[in-house]
Design a protein. Structure first.
Length: 324
């Protein structure tokens, strides 16, 4: 699962409403979002949604219904998919794999012992994303008419790049990494349901509140630990903030190349050759894929397709009316 750097204890954010994002294009970290769906859309014992052949469909359900809800509220998501990970991330990916295997063992044990609460808790940590699931996700977005972009490497870096270019208004992600990559705005809670409130983080507010530069924010994150470095033992966000504010970063002994990690955030590869093009809803194609191949209710799929078509039409009319 994607994790990102944990800076929640020091990052100022403000609660917003979905209406505040109406008419806005949001660059959504696709893998971050799909992992959320895989973790949260599960049965009481932790088993994910599956079709009649046993293939996981939680991600497809989330993409269909929650994305449709966003469009209905006038929000325009553009999903950005990760490319090849930076080699500094390999150790992090290996460690996550081991944690997932341990969670799977605990999940099986909890189910056998009838501890459903524990089973669900452990199950959420076991989510795996395959190439087939990613391909199906892109295919589903195409059938929904939703644009998606392929990043050369980190999706959040590409999202931040799109916001900085003015092609999107904010990044949609649960992680804070897009701020390190320079995004002026981050929206958290966009594709979640339930307890998570919708919140916005503005990079300018973060830097002025903490009284540091973006480069110092990056150094702070490196001390805490990112996907590209293990951090420094015993250093949390508050201690790291004090260290960068007092220019003491160089005093710490680290077992990695600090400058190389810093360059990941300052010089990350991004693409300019993308097109944000909205298509039309292929209702029959959605039914063929979701109902025919993945056991979704045809009635529910056609209802979602109709709602999506209506939302597109209403949003287009609203946009046109603003010109007169």
């Amino acid at each position: 699962m994607k994790m990102g750097v944990n800076l929640k204890d020091i990052i100022p954010q403000k609660q917003i409403e979905f209406g505040d994002l109406s008419g806005r294009t949001i660059a959504v970290d696709a893998l971050n979002t799909i992992y959320q769906f895989l973790a949260s859309i599960r049965q009481p014992d932790g088993t994910p949604l599956m079709d009649s052949t046993g293939r996981v469909t939680s991600h497809l359900s989330g993409l269909l219904y929650r994305t449709t809800n966003l469009i209905r509220m006038g929000i325009k998501p553009v999903y950005v998919f990760d490319g090849k990970p930076n080699e500094l991330k390999f150790k992090t990916l290996e460690a996550r794999g081991e944690r997932k295997r341990e969670a799977e063992r605990e999940w099986v044990k909890a189910r056998e012992e009838g501890r459903l609460g524990d089973a669900l808790k452990y199950a959420k940590r076991t989510s795996r994303l395959t190439d087939e699931m990613l391909a199906d996700s892109r295919r589903l977005l195409d059938l929904m008419g939703i644009p998606h972009v392929q990043a050369p490497s980190e999706g959040e870096a590409q999202c931040a790049h799109m916001v900085m270019r003015g092609d999107a208004w904010a990044v949609g992600s649960q992680d804070y990494d897009s701020l390190l990559f320079g995004s002026p705005r981050l929206v958290r809670g966009l594709t979640l349901s339930g307890k998570m409130e919708l919140a916005m983080v503005e990079l300018g507010d973060v830097l002025s509140t903490l009284r540091i530069t973006r480069e110092q924010l990056i150094d702070l994150a490196i001390l805490v630990g990112t996907d590209f470095d293990p951090g420094v033992d015993g250093i949390g966000p508050k201690k790291a903030l004090k260290a960068v504010s007092e220019n003491r970063v160089g005093e710490f002994e680290v077992g990695f190349d600090f400058g190389r990690v810093r360059s990941v955030f300052l010089e990350h590869p991004t693409a300019d050759d993308y097109a944000i093009t909205w298509g039309s809803v292929d209702a029959d194609g959605l039914v063929g894929m979701l109902s025919g191949e993945h056991s979704f209710s045809e009635e529910r799929v056609r209802k979602a397709a109709a709602e999506l078509e209506t939302a597109y039409r209403e949003n287009t009319q609203e946009t046109l009316s603003k010109w007169f």
